[in-house]
Design a protein around this ligand. Structure first.
Ligand code: MTE
Length: 326
């Protein structure tokens, strides 16, 4: 499979806004050394100071203080995270997004806020990026198809944008609408999904601090195939809930229909929480393959309830029958 490794982005945030890749990789090495206990306490102190120093700058990403926001699991190789994608607007093969998304125009870009809010309106990307300081979040993402990755994202809690919009009491759900431009996106000319791609979250899910509005990954602005210039990442739900290249966020009273629900309602429920106990009608969800751990003898990992984020998000679903609300 041809794999593109170059990140193409004509509209990166100011260089001061992101942790350079080299610094990022260095920091990972240091953090790993700390986690392994390989560093003595003097070295540990030095390493921590050094890591903090590397993260200064007006919008530099910092390690997030949000519970569960940084897994110490090994990050997926950049070439896999940018070469093995689902972004049906560019085709249904895993290498189609890397191959065809390069032409996507992401400057100018804005998100329209509409529906049941006191402050509707259009927010330009520059302004959107400044709503809250950018953090690094290292999340597991588990695809409904049975594979997973670990990706260092850059963004801030979606709740910051939601609070700025001032939702009204009647707003119970948040709907995400993504770009559907057949001129730029060859997949939109096919009827594989009912375009535009839409997704949704219950308001308390959207407000959960782990729900991320993401602008970058691996220390740089988002590559187009990963949803440039802005997407959501909801780590305890199957990957398809993490809508890419968002153009509209709508606050609504009723549970919105989603693109996958419209395509196959018995296969994709609204909640789509990662759950090894609820199989997809056509395959088991009990295990997963970590991308990069290939080979004949690579062991599949056991899938964890809520993708391992149960301690953080389990209470959102207390008392709910997760087999019914899948
Ligand atoms: N967003 C849009 N607009 N279109 C898509 O086809 N695919 C989803 C999700 N967001 C998709 C999308 C699916 S199925 C997955 S698994 C994740 O994006 C993949 O994100 P990644 O390619 O950055 O790993």
């Amino acid at each position: 499979m041809p794999i593109r490794t170059r990140l193409i982005d004509s509209n990166p945030p100011p260089s001061s806004a992101i942790t350079p890749r080299a610094v990022y990789e260095d920091r990972r090495t240091l953090l790993k050394a700390l986690a392994l206990g390989a560093a003595g306490s003097a070295l540990a102190g030095w390493a921590a100071r050094d890591a903090r120093a590397a993260m200064t700058g007006p919008l530099a990403t910092t390690r997030s203080s949000v519970a569960g926001a940084v897994t110490m699991e090994k990050a997926t190789a950049l070439k896999d995270a940018t070469g093995y994608n689902n972004f049906y607007e560019f085709g249904t093969d895993k290498d189609d997004p890397a191959r065809y998304a390069g032409a996507l125009k992401i400057d100018p870009w804005s998100i329209e806020i509409e529906g049941l809010v006191n402050k509707p309106g259009r927010i330009a990307l520059d302004e959107l990026r400044k709503i809250s300081p950018l953090e690094e979040r290292i999340y597991r993402l588990r695809c409904v198809e049975g594979w997973s990755m670990v990706i260092p994202w850059i963004g801030y809690s979606l709740s910051a944008l939601i609070k700025r919009a001032e939702p009204q009491g009647s707003a119970k759900y948040v709907e995400f609408v993504t770009l559907a431009d057949p001129k730029q996106m060859p997949g939109v000319r096919s009827s594989v999904l009912d375009w535009p791609y839409t997704e949704g979250l219950r308001m308390d899910e959207a407000l959960h601090p782990l729900s991320l509005l993401a602008f970058g990954m691996y220390g740089e602005a988002l590559p187009r195939q990963n949803g440039a210039p802005v997407r959501v990442v909801v780590p305890w739900k199957y990957g398809f809930k993490s809508a890419k290249s968002i153009v509209k966020i709508r606050f609504v009273e009723k549970e919105p229909r989603t693109a996958w629900d419209k395509a196959a309602p018995n296969e994709y429920g609204f909640y789509s929480n990662v759950n090894p106990g609820v199989d997809h009608p056509r395959w088991s969800q009990a295990t997963e393959r970590r991308i990069g751990e290939d080979g004949l003898f690579a062991k599949r990992r056991k899938t964890q309830l809520f993708n391992g984020y149960e301690a953080e998000v389990g209470q959102l679903y207390a008392g709910m029958d997760l087999k019914r609300f899948f």
